[in-house]
Every structure is written in structure tokens, then in C-alpha cells.
Design a protein around this ligand. Structure first.
Ligand SMILES: NC(=O)C1=CN([C@@H]2O[C@H](COP(=O)(O)OP(=O)(O)OC[C@H]3O[C@@H](n4cnc5c(N)ncnc54)[C@H](O)[C@@H]3O)[C@@H](O)[C@H]2O)C=CC1
Ligand SMILES: O=C([O-])CC(=O)C(=O)O
Length: 333
């Protein structure tokens, strides 16, 4: 029997990531080749013409799985009955703006969208925040949608995770599909810690540690980390626009694994509400290694963290504590 369609909200759908993401969802990349979808696309009034153009293209592409497309600037209409919400829309930093100014714009956007999701989305809606500052936007959303379970609110660090896999694959000249279990700890920012301490490569002789195959700790502790941390900036420099196809693809990976499960023996990175695991302060949206089963993620427990890694976990947590304080100061102002 055919499955019922899943309603997927994409905010900022007229933007660059939105334009790359909606066809992936409509083609089944996110939820599977047998899962019909109805797309809900939200953007702001100045982008309405462009948003309607995206809807026209979706119709023209005749995606068999696409059972409907709503294009709207009305947040209530956008959120009605959605099962999955991908929050890509937000206020970008402009020349001359302080981080605090961007934060206060995003606090008000995420506050109102959180309230609409809480009131109108499916009660078990799964939320993925992509828009920067992704971790803190997700935290704001959680704050203003108290009835959405905190386990259902996440942010995207899968792009960073995939970037780390890509760098190891290039360095060792092995297919990226053979590399697994890197970890992105912390913030989706330049303080994130891409960690290969537990990463392995599947070889014909079984799984081999990445550290042993690379055999160059200076590279793993130096250039590798900074390339992954700075990859977003490198793409902006090259394209004069930020990552869009890789961000969209990674958003599909994030939701697919969350909903359909991670392969046995493999973990992925997701920004999730911290419970104090690995001595990270509770109450942050922090990127951890997770496995997913039956639509739920769990933090991978018991991994060893050496002194080098500990310093990096703490530094990125400190930045998130600071962002949280800045966001909370905007609630009252
Ligand atoms: N977490 C991650 O890995 C990544 C995050 N990003 C972030 O994703 C966000 C989107 O990036 P792009 O698509 O390249 O930007 P973009 O500027 O092309 O698109 C953003 C869209 O959001 C819309 N928008 C603004 N305010 C809105 C609101 N209140 N409600 C609904 N829509 C709204 C804009 O009109 C625009 O169409 C940015 O914040 C970017 O920094 C980008 C790449 C990776
Ligand atoms: O900095 C940006 O806007 C883009 C971004 O998050 C990334 O590519 O990781």
C-alpha cells in the first residue's frame, strides 16, 4: 500500500540552499524512494516572486513523489501539519553589523517561528535548524516551543562531518564511503572540533584506524582541523556565495539517518540538546556523535577523550555558552 505523504517545511525556500534542497526532498533523497512528500515552502514577502518561481519549477519537474507544494509568506500556513521542519531562513550578517545585531534579528525570527511550529505543526515534528548561528537558533527555537520535545530539535553539523570524511578520503585516496566515525564536537563555527580519534577506514583487512593510516599527527592535529573549521569560508571565497549544494545534501543525510536509522556500527554528528555527556554543560545545542534508531537519536557514550581533545571540546562549549548568554540578553531587550 502506498505510504501517506509526509509534510516537510523548508523556510528560506527561495534562497540558495532552499533551491538546492527542495528538489532533493521531492526526489526522495531525504525520506526514501517510496515516501511521498508535500512541500511547505516559506519565505518573506520581498522573496515571494522568486518563491513562486521555485514552486513553478517543482511542478515542471514532475516529481512522482511530490504530492503537493505550498509556497507562502504566512508562517501559520507554512507550519500547518508539518512532520519535518528544515529551518534555513534567517537574517544574514551584513557589513558593519555586530554578532549581537544578527543574534537579536534571529531571536525574533526564531521566536515567532517556534510559536507557529508549536501551535500548528504535528505534535511529533522533527526540527533541523540550518540557518546560522545554527546551534543557538535551535536553542532559541527550543526555548519558545516548550511543548515540542527537546529531542526533536536539532541543528546541522552533518555538513562539517561530511567535510571531515571528504578530507580523510582525499588524503588517503580511498572512497569516501569507506571512511566512517569522524566526530564534529560543539558549535557549527570555526571553534568546532573535527575529531578523528575514533574514525576508521574499511579496508580488505578489516577496519583500520584513520590515525594509523594517515600516520601524521601533526597534520591531523593541525591542517586537517583548520581546513574543516574554515571550509565554509573557503567556499564563500571561491564561489562568492556560501555552500549550498553540500549544505542541502547534508541536511538530507541528517534527516534520513534520523528518521530511517544509522547503519550498524556507524555514527554521525548532529547538534542536539546536551545532557551533560562528555562533561559538556547541559542546556546547549552541542554537536555530538550519535546513532539513530526508530526515529530517535542517542549520543554515543564511553568514547575516550584525550587531553588534546578535551581542550577543544571545552573551547567550543565556551563559545556556545557565550552565544547563549547573548541570545538570552536579546529576549529581554
Ligand atoms: N549549518 C550549516 O551547515 C550551514 C548553514 N548555512 C546558513 O544557512 C542559511 C541560509 O543560507 P543560504 O540559503 O545560502 O542563504 P540565502 O540568503 O540564499 O537564503 C536565505 C533565505 O531565507 C529567507 N528568509 C529571511 N528571513 C526569513 C524569515 N524570517 N522567514 C523565512 N525566510 C526568511 C531569505 O529571504 C532568503 O530567501 C544562512 O544562515 C547560512 O549562514 C549555510 C551553509 C551551511
Ligand atoms: O558561514 C556560512 O554562512 C556558511 C556555513 O555555515 C558553512 O558553509 O558551513
Amino acid at each position: 500500500m502506498a505510504k501517506d505523504p509526509v509534510r516537510v517545511l523548508v523556510t528560506g525556500a527561495a534562497g540558495q540552499i532552499g533551491y538546492a534542497l527542495v528538489p532533493m526532498i521531492a526526489r526522495g533523497t531525504m525520506l526514501g524512494p517510496d515516501q511521498p512528500v508535500i512541500l511547505h515552502m516559506l519565505d518573506i514577502p520581498p522573496a515571494v516572486e522568486s518563491l513562486n518561481g521555485v514552486k513553478m519549477e517543482l511542478i515542471d519537474a514532475a516529481f512522482p513523489l511530490l504530492k503537493g507544494a505550498v509556497a507562502t509568506t504566512d508562517v501559520v500556513e507554512a507550519c500547518k501539519g508539518v512532520n519535518i521542519a528544515i529551518m534555513v531562513g534567517g537574517f544574514p550578517r551584513k557589513e558593519g553589523m555586530e554578532r549581537k545585531d544578527v543574534m537579536s534579528k534571529n531571536v525574533s525570527i526564531y521566536k515567532s517561528q517556534a510559536s507557529a511550529l508549536e501551535e500548528y505543526a504535528a505534535k511529533d515534528v522533527k526540527v533541523l535548524v540550518v540557518a546560522n548561528p545554527a546551534n543557538t537558533n535551535a536553542l532559541i527555537l527550543k526555548e519558545f516551543a516548550p511543548s515540542i520535545p527537546e529531542k526533536n530539535i536539532t541543528c546541522l553539523t552533518r555538513l562539517d562531518h561530511n567535510r571531515a570524511l571528504g578530507q580523510i578520503s582525499e588524503r588517503l585516496d580511498v572512497p569516501v564511503s569507506k571512511v566512517k566515525n569522524v566526530i564534529i564536537w560543539g558549535n557549527h563555527s570555526s571553534t568546532q572540533y573535527p575529531d578523528v580519534s575514533h574514525a576508521v577506514v574499511e579496508t580488505e583487512h578489516g577496519e583500520q584506524p584513520v590515525a594509523k593510516l594517515v600516520a601524521d599527527d601533526a597534520w591531523l592535529h593541525g591542517e586537517f582541523i583548520s581546513v574543516v573549521q574554515q571550509r565554509g569560508a573557503a567556499i564563500i571565497k571561491a564561489r562568492k556565495l556560501s555552500s549550498a549544494l553540500s549544505a542541502a545534501s547534508s541536511a538530507c543525510d541528517h534527516i534520513r539517518d534520523w528518521v530511517l536509522g544509522t547503519p550498524k556500527g556507524t555514527w554521525v554528528s548532529m547538534g542536539v540538546y546536551s545532557d551533560g555527556s562528555y562533561d559538556v554543560p547541559p542546556g546547549l545545542i552541542y554537536s555530538y556523535p550519535v546513532t539513530c534508531e526508530n526515529g530517535e537519536w542517542s549520543i554515543v557514550q564511553g568514547l575516550s577523550v584525550d587531553e588534546f581533545s578535551r581542550g577543544k571540546l571545552v573551547a567550543t562549549a565556551d563559545e556556545l555558552v557565550e552565544e547563549k548568554a547573548m541570545a538570552y540578553s536579546c529576549f529581554s531587550s
